[in-house]
Design a protein around this ligand. Sequence first.
Ligand code: DGJ
Length: 750
Amino acid sequence: MIELKNGVFGLHGEGFSCLLRINKYGLLELLHFGEALSTEDGEAFLCRPGIGWGSSVLMDENDAGSCADAMPLAWSGSGRGDFRESPLEFGGISTDFRCSHSKIINGPVLMKSGIPQAKGDCDTLEMVFTEANAELRLYFTVFRDAIVRRAVLGNTGKENIVLKKFMSSMLDIHGDFEMSTFDGGWIAEMRKHTAPVSENRIVSESTTGASSNRHNPGFIISEPDAAEDSGRVYGFNLIYSGNHYASAQKSLQGFVRIMQGISPSEFSKELAPGEIFETPEAVMTFSDKGFSGTSEKMHRFVTENIIPEHWRNRPRPILYNDWEGCMFDFNEAKLLNLAKEAKKLGCELFVLDDGWFGKRDSDKAGLGDYSINKRKLPNGISGLAKKINAMGMEFGLWFEPESVNEDSDLYRAHPDWILRDEFPPLKGRNQFLLDLTKPEVRDYIVENVSAVLDSAKITYVKWDMNRHSTALGAKAHDYILGLYDILRRIFEPRPEILLESCSSGGNRFDLGMLCFGPQIWCSDDTDPIERLTIQGNLSYLYPQSAFGAHVSAAPHAQTLRNTPLCTRGNVSFFGCLGYELDLRHLPGIEKKQIAEQIAFYKNYREVFQFGKFRRLKNGWQVSDGKTTLAAVFRKLVHAAPGYETLRIKDLDKTAIYNMKTYEQKLRIGQFGSLVKHVAPVDLDPNGFVLRIADRHITLPDGKQEIRASGAAFSAGIMLLPLFRGTGYDQNQRTLTDFGSELYIIEEEGK
Ligand code: DGJ
């Protein structure tokens, strides 16, 4: 809801308000962003200038309060006395925008450039600022869970304007804060770093052409005493997939200036008279219920206002992907074999990953081509898809349409289609990027991908992109606009296709991509212990239904860690479950265990995918209000570990709940030479008998049942003890390093 009262604009969402006013100098002041307040409260936040600040440059020499540098603003410029970071730079030319008028609009204001936008129930405040040769429009769109804002610059003069920097959002909020960013690289996405916001600027920026695995566009600003379930926490994100920028810096007056937008690094955009430039939408939200409160808002915002409508709360299929099991080495018979196994285990969708086209037998050739590799797939994609469908599974396919290998028919025919400057082009993973700013390149991709999609019953697409872009500035932005145009043309007419985007894993995990497809492959690192970090940190800003989460082989390809299958499953359950390993060589007991995992997940799929997600001290929980599923994860254990409790959140304290352990199995091999102490005969721990036993015999891990009140579960019930070196017992949890347990807590009634 947006209202204007006594000169104060009140922007009100659920549990938060943003109060703004235009001051007498025509500048946009931020009176308050935080707790829900009434618009009338705006007056309480006015800054009294007193005798003013030393070293001030004043807009009116007779008014100590006219120093822009000391004002809490929601937009500013350069060269007019505000020496803090400016959201808008023309390159050596001052900007002096003053508000001329504003209006409140019911609903969103649609963009013209094709950048995706948040959708759904909303109101928009449009504010128009002018100066001699340009007009600036700021849009604040209020949704239930977040405010989304952007800026549009129009050249109203007679000369060209060169835009050097143009942010989507700028905010000055008062107080002491910390900034948490999510950083990393390939197979190491989303490492959380938290630093106090001081007078030194903190910057989180990507310059790789993508939102990147180096610095996710989402970040958090929190008060130092904020905790998981208490305290003031702001969440920010950007609906954009290209180079981005975010910064936070404190001023002498105690205001923290927060900036969000397209990265200004090498950015330059020339606007001819009459032209406009639109920034992407920046998202901001607030909760006084700690990090979990902000995450909850962000989750609901993504689910209700970002992902395509068709996929909102629509259960996602359990998929099998052949990549980690086969890589490029497959043929139809092998795939059908895997599909048969996957079907037997309960998978619902078979995904053929890289390698099905052109001369794609390694990552050195074939990208750009769409002719089917007939040596591997003599019956084509349609023949394979039909056979998979006949088994009762859906069929999905991998594409990497934005790139081209030098060794490809496409490159031989159109070497001029690659993204290049005047220097010899550079390769990444043996490939060039296609120049998506060229309409003929976009048409080629749209026509070829569409033709493949229409040639068979393909219900899922994995859209991959595996190299950084060396395009700079406006070209990098135009590339992303080209990508959005392609995605829109392919997927809008086919809304029922489940699009999972991917970029070497999580190199483009952003709200822009989520506007086209509801899930993203979080990382090529499927090691479950690494995924605790990756998925756990993604959960600050994105709902678990947005994560592709697969069980893969152990020892793991990226870490060589040998993690029990239970934990591999338990981690992947908290996302869109898939399996990505060679099923042909799994021992029977592992197949059985996978079949049990899939059956279990199917039973609780909606809770896992769409339930309310909470981070616990020792794990995660999801809940739909009636059923709560909570997992406890361990990393390294120490000898004689102490007792451990499990605290469940959000339960009705007066209701009764029944908790039971999800049954897990222990492998005999886990006990190594200890087995000989209990076996009637002397066994060689490395011998044939034990190896065979390990493939066929399992022991049940400890199972626990508790009936108690919601209050007791909230206080923290006592879990079974962990293995303490005194032997196996069914009343203990024997899975040790990297072990985990999952508990089902159902409401019984009051
Ligand atoms: C990178 C992706 O992240 C992987 O999952 C896989 O699809 C490969 N590309 C295929 O080349």
